[in-house]
Every structure is written in C-alpha cells, then in structure tokens.
Design a protein around this ligand. Structure first.
Ligand SMILES: Nc1ncnc2c1ncn2[C@@H]1O[C@H](COP(=O)(O)OP(=O)(O)OP(=O)(O)O)[C@@H](O)[C@H]1O
Ligand SMILES: [Mg+2]
Ligand SMILES: [Zn+2]
Length: 176
C-alpha cells in the first residue's frame, strides 16, 4: 500500500494533494490533536451515526471534533470525526464500515498520522444488524442471532441469511 505513505517534495516537506487542499483550506479546520483517531472520508451527513457507534453522546466528556459536509473530491461531501486519546476496537471499525464504507481511520500519535487504514466489511455479519422483517426468525424470541450476508460493500447492501430481506438504507437505525 505505497500510496498511504506521505509524498515528500524536494525539501522533504509533505506535498499537500489538491484533495487535501480542498478538504481543509488553510490547514486544519480544527486544532491538531496530539493523540487519538481521525475518522476521515465519512459520507456527508453520517458523522453523528459514527459518534453513536463510538458510544459518544451529548453527555460525553471525551474531546471530539466533528466536521460535517465539507467538500471532498472523492466523495462530493464528507464528514470527519476526530476523537482525542482513543483508538478504536476492531468491532467499532466494522460497524463504521456499515455506514461509512469509504472511511479511513487515521491513528494520531505525537500529532502525526502513524497509521492509516481503510475500513472493510466481512462477507457475513453476525449479531450486529437487526433484520428489517419483523416476522424474521432472527426477530422472534428464538435464541437466533441475526446473520447478514454482505452483497456489496460500497454502497453497502446486506441480505438476511434467514429470510433474504435486503437492508441498504438507514442501516444505522438497525444496529444492535
Ligand atoms: N494531528 C492531527 N490532528 C487532527 N487531525 C489530523 C492530525 N493529523 C492529520 N489529521 C487529519 O487526519 C486526516 C488524515 O491525514 P493525512 O495527513 O494522512 O491527510 P491526507 O494526505 O489528506 O490523507 P488521505 O489521503 O487519507 O486523504 C486528515 O483529515 C487530516 O486533516
Ligand atoms: Mg485527504
Ligand atoms: Zn430476516
């Protein structure tokens, strides 16, 4: 993954791509964080769902910056979430992939991006998303966990393994 490495110009300075320049004119929109996680390239309007997945609500004492609907060459409009002093669990990253399939997760240490990864969905998701069909066996009192097959990853299209009900919109509302 050579393209995740920062490009350097002759002076050893990191080149600012036009995407970056467009996304964050005149440098960062918010104060840089020393340590934490930047979730970038979230589809415009999905930032609050990302916060929900991270368990960050109105009563949080975490230091969080949210940027919504800024221009992005890749996505048209994108959201960004920056959480200080926190790195994400695999399960949180997998949930983010459900609502923000193009997201990149940047780990910040000492103010620098030390790791960048894209999100990815497994082929099957167990016990994470409820089936939309109220009569589905996974929605009864039977001790049966929901099982969703991932048909496409971007846009995300899920299909219930039991009743074949598709789920593609408003996935955030069906997270368990
Ligand atoms: N110390 C920091 N504090 C807060 N945000 C940061 C910090 N360092 C980087 N970021 C943000 O993290 C994201 C990734 O940073 P990076 O420098 O890799 O940008 P990039 O080259 O535009 O990445 P990409 O190719 O993924 O778009 C950007 O949104 C950037 O603004
Ligand atoms: Mg960028
Ligand atoms: Zn079902």
């Amino acid at each position: 993954m050579a393209d995740i490495l920062p490009k350097k110009d002759q002076n050893g300075q990191k080149e600012r791509s036009s995407d970056e320049a467009k996304d964050e004119p005149k440098g960062l929109r918010v104060k840089p964080i020393n340590n934490g996680t930047v979730i970038d390239h979230i589809a415009g309007g999905q930032a609050l769902n990302v916060l929900k997945i991270l368990g960050i609500s109105g009563t949080t004492d975490a230091t969080v910056s949210v940027v919504m609907n800024v221009e992005s060459r890749k996505l048209g409009k994108k959201d960004i979430v920056k959480v200080e002093d926190r790195e994400l669990f695999e399960e949180e990253v997998n949930r983010i992939a459900l609502i923000a399939p193009a997201a990149s997760i940047n780990i910040i240490r000492d103010c620098k991006v030390i790791e960048k990864r894209t999100v990815d969905l497994p082929d099957e998701i167990v016990g994470v998303v409820r089936c939309q069909n109220p009569n589905c066996i996974s929605n009864t009192l039977e001790p049966i966990k929901s099982r969703m097959l991932v048909k496409t990853k971007n846009p995300v299209l899920l299909r219930c393994l039991y009743c074949e009900q598709p789920l593609t919109d408003r996935i955030a509302e069906y997270l368990i």
